[in-house]
Write a protein that binds this ligand. Structure first.
Ligand code: ZN
Length: 455
């Protein structure tokens, strides 16, 4: 059932992880979901506004583990649909031209659950008493039909009806909340283009507290018994947001929410305008403080400025990891420079067989991608100086807000800034530096830079 076009597409990008299609773009998802926590039963209607990018006779959406009951297409004639092996294939009666707008409506349902991935289970997952959705990289199709590529960013309206004791949090802004009998419908609107893996629903018996209100409301949504602990552990959230807004540019979304589940989670994860932590990540003795700035930084790096393909993940994780070091520095802890030295020494003791710009699909989430990515940025900062480096970062988040980027674009961005600051010779220095960090498996020598502090 694989078309030649799809085969070519997969051959072009081995990092697509067998998800998504470049043949069309989903501009908007309208998701109408009803969920029963007690029985883990989901029924949904997804309406997708699609624009074709090439002449096509079929559309292939990703949807895993749920049964499709009805499919309708407006803008073309649907001949038949087939749902097999995680792909919902809509066969059209006639060829459809490129740039055609189609509306696809899919009714579906079942008992959603996470799917295995080389990085552990991802997607919709039942908690002891609620739901967590953590989809990176391929879990989005566990709860809605989608074009599951990080570069195919769309706006969303997500309506979820759930039993009354539960609070539902989705990405975007809460625009409506209607109580009907024993259930409530929560409606969230996401106006920022969002990658499918960053779309999310969180359900639990949660309270909500305000952590800070400037420059945008920062909230925590969590079980009531964790509120006092969260108030202590997240006391500096407003200061962290202020520091990052200065270093990285304005926070890109209208709000930020920290969801803390009653359950323990292995790792925290970012979603659009929110992050999900387990109760264990707030524990005072674990040393997980670094994860809070890490996930917040993803709102700039990963969520607003997204990767065009998983190949370029170092651009998300390198910045998020570097943000941990910057916050340590800004909050009176170890300087970024001393953390960079520490991690350089540790990486020097590990196998040097990973190329940051092209780590291979199996190694995109290797911890060396994170730490070497941060070291690359620290080296760039050393070469440019603080003023030019942070100006470069702010220009990066501004020029590529709501868009998707590649490593090549980052190199071009750095070349332009280096030229503006120090002419051709600095541009050459920066290009050589980036080549050493990004293209060779060998670890470059540690950065020599004056021990300044980020402003
Ligand atoms: Zn991360």
């Amino acid at each position: 059932m694989t078309t030649g076009g799809t085969r070519r597409e997969r051959a072009r990008d081995p990092y697509a992880l067998l998800h998504g299609s470049t043949a069309f773009h989903v501009a908007h998802y309208d998701l109408d979901l009803t969920y029963r926590v007690r029985t883990n039963r989901l029924t949904g209607t997804a309406t997708l506004r699609i624009r074709t990018r090439e002449i096509l006779t079929e559309l292939r959406l990703d949807l895993v583990g749920l049964a499709v009951t009805k499919v309708q297409v407006a803008g073309a004639t649907l001949a038949r649909h087939q749902h097999r092996a995680g792909r919902l294939v809509l066969q059209l009666a006639d060829e459809v031209a490129a740039e055609t707008v189609l509306t696809v409506t899919v009714r579906y349902g079942g008992r959603p659950g996470p799917i295995p991935s080389p990085w552990g289970p991802v997607g919709w997952e039942e908690l002891e008493d609620g739901v967590v959705v953590a989809s990176q990289p391929t879990g989005a199709p566990t709860w809605f039909p989608c074009n599951d590529r990080p570069a195919d960013k769309a706006t969303y309206r997500t309506a979820v009806t759930a039993e009354n004791p539960y609070r539902v949090v989705a990405h975007g802004v809460l625009v409506d909340r209607r109580v009907r009998g024993s259930s409530t419908t929560w409606v969230y609107e996401e106006l920022h283009p969002t990658a499918s893996y960053l779309a999310t629903v969180q359900i639990g018996r949660y309270a909500e507290i305000l952590l800070a209100s400037v420059p945008v409301p920062q909230r925590a949504v969590l079980p009531a018994h964790l509120v006092p602990l969260a108030r202590r552990r997240l006391a500096e959230h407003g200061a962290m947001m202020a520091a990052f807004s200065t270093l990285f540019g304005p926070y890109p979304f209208p709000s930020y929410t920290v969801v803390v589940t009653a359950d323990e989670l292995e790792i925290p994860l970012e979603a659009q305008s929110l992050s999900i932590f387990g109760a264990n990540h707030l524990a005072p003795t674990r040393g997980d403080e670094r994860l809070i700035p890490h996930e917040l930084a993803h709102q700039w790096f990963g969520n607003s400025v997204s990767v065009a393909s998983w190949q370029h993940l170092w651009l998300n994780e390198g910045f998020a990891c570097y943000a941990e070091w910057l916050w340590s520095e800004a909050s009176g802890g170890k300087s970024a420079d001393s953390l960079a030295r520490l991690w350089h020494t540790r990486l020097a003791g590990l196998p040097q067989d990973l190329v940051l710009a092209d780590p291979g699909p199996a190694h995109v989430f290797d911890d060396r991608v994170y730490k070497r990515g941060a070291l690359t940025l620290h080296a760039l900062r050393g070469a440019l100086g603080d003023d030019a480096f942070f100006a470069l970062v702010r220009a990066w988040t501004k020029e590529h807000a709501d868009l998707s980027v590649t490593t090549t674009e980052f190199r071009g961005h750095c070349a332009a800034h280096a030229t503006a600051v120090g002419g051709a010779s600095l541009a050459l220095t920066v290009a050589t530096l980036l080549a050493g960090w990004l293209d060779s498996p060998l670890l470059p020598a540690p950065t020599k830079r004056p021990a300044g502090r980020a402003r």
